[in-house]
Design a protein around this ligand. Structure first.
Ligand code: NAD
Length: 256
C-alpha cells in the first residue's frame, strides 16, 4: 500500500460519492487523512462515510450542489467544525454530456459549464480562500484530456474542461505566494459509471486501441496522482496540467 504522508490532513473531495472521487476518498482514508465528502445526495454520501470510518479515520459529509455558492461556504464551515480546517481540496464533481454542436441545446451547454467550471470555481473560492488566509493548502482540480484538444460531439464538455485547465493555472499564479498550490489532472478514459453511460462500447474499444498502454485507466490510478499532488511530495509543483491517459495524448501515430 502506498503512503502519501497525508495522515491527519483534512481533505475535501467534491463528487466523492462515486467514481474517481470515491476512489480518492478511500485512498485518503487508507493514508490516515480526515476526509470531507461533498456530493448531491445524502443517501449516496452515507455509505462512503461508513467505509472511510472503517479505516479508523474521521469523516464528514455535506450534501449540496456545487453550483450553490452559499452552500460551498456552509460546507467549509461544517467541515471545519466537525473535522478541522480543510487544507486539501480535490474538486472532482462533474458531468459529461454528448451532442453534435449544430443541435447542442443551450440548456445542456449551460448545465455542463455551470457544474464542471463554475461549480469548480465556487468550490475553489470557498475552500481556497480560507487556505489563502491560513497561508497553506493544496488543491487538485479535475480536468480531462478533453481540456487539451477537441472531441467531436463534446463541444460543451471540451469547453468546460479547457476552462478548468485555465482556472488551475490562474489560481496557481494568484495563490502561489500565499502558500497554496493548485494543479489539474487530465484523465484519459477511466472506467467509471460516468464513462460507461456516455461512451458506446465500440468507441471505448477504438480509444483503447489507440492508447499506448493498451487499456482504460482505473479510478484508483487517477486518485493516486491526485494524492501525490495534494501531498508534500509535490511541494514545488503548481499550475501543472497533468495528463493521466496511458499515453493517449502523446502522439497521433501509435502503431509502427
Ligand atoms: P462519476 O459520475 O462516477 O462521479 C461524479 C460525481 O460527481 C457523482 O457522485 C455525482 O453525483 C457528482 N456530481 C455531479 N454533479 C454534481 C453537482 N452539481 N454537485 C455536486 N456533486 C455533483 O464520474 P467520474 O468518472 O468519477 O468523473 C469525475 C470527474 O472526472 C468529472 O469531472 C469528469 O468530467 C472527470 N473525468 C472523468 C473521466 C472518465 O473517463 N471517467 C475522464 C476525464 C475526466
Amino acid at each position: 500500500m502506498k503512503n502519501y504522508g497525508l495522515k491527519d490532513r483534512v481533505v475535501c473531495i467534491t463528487g466523492g460519492a462515486s467514481g474517481i472521487g470515491r476512489a480518492a476518498a478511500m485512498a485518503l482514508a487508507r493514508d490516515g487523512a480526515r476526509v470531507a465528502i461533498i456530493d448531491l445526495r445524502e443517501a449516496d454520501i452515507g455509505p462512503v462515510l461508513d467505509e472511510i470510518r472503517s479505516h479508523g479515520v474521521k469523516a464528514s459529509g455535506f450534501a449540496m450542489d456545487v453550483r450553490d455558492a452559499d452552500a460551498t461556504m456552509r460546507a467549509a464551515d461544517h467541515f471545519e467544525r466537525e473535522i478541522g480546517p480543510v487544507d486539501g481540496l480535490f474538486a472532482c464533481a462533474g458531468i459529461s454530456l454528448t451532442a453534435p454542436a449544430e443541435i447542442l441545446p443551450e440548456a445542456d451547454f449551460e448545465d455542463v459549464l455551470d457544474i464542471n467550471l463554475k461549480g469548480l470555481f465556487l468550490t475553489c473560492r470557498a475552500f481556497g480562500g480560507r487556505m489563502v488566509e491560513r497561508g497553506k493548502g493544496s488543491i487538485v482540480v479535475i480536468g480531462s484530456v478533453d481540456g487539451l484538444g477537441g472531441h467531436a460531439g463534446r463541444l460543451h464538455y471540451v469547453s468546460s474542461k479547457h476552462g478548468v485547465s485555465g482556472l488551475a493555472k490562474n489560481l496557481a499564479i494568484e495563490w502561489g505566494r500565499h502558500g497554496v498550490r493548485v494543479n489539474c489532472i487530465a484523465p484519459g478514459f477511466v472506467d467509471t459509471p460516468l464513462l460507461r453511460a456516455n461512451m458506446p462500447p465500440a468507441f471505448i474499444d477504438a480509444v483503447v486501441d489507440r492508447t499506448p498502454l493498451g487499456r482504460m485507466g482505473m479510478a484508483e490510478e487517477m486518485a493516486s496522482v491526485a494524492l501525490m499532488l495534494l501531498s508534500d511530495a509535490a511541494s514545488f509543483v503548481t499550475g501543472a496540467v497533468l495528463p493521466i491517459d496511458g499515453g493517449l495524448t502523446s502522439g497521433f501515430f501509435t502503431r509502427k
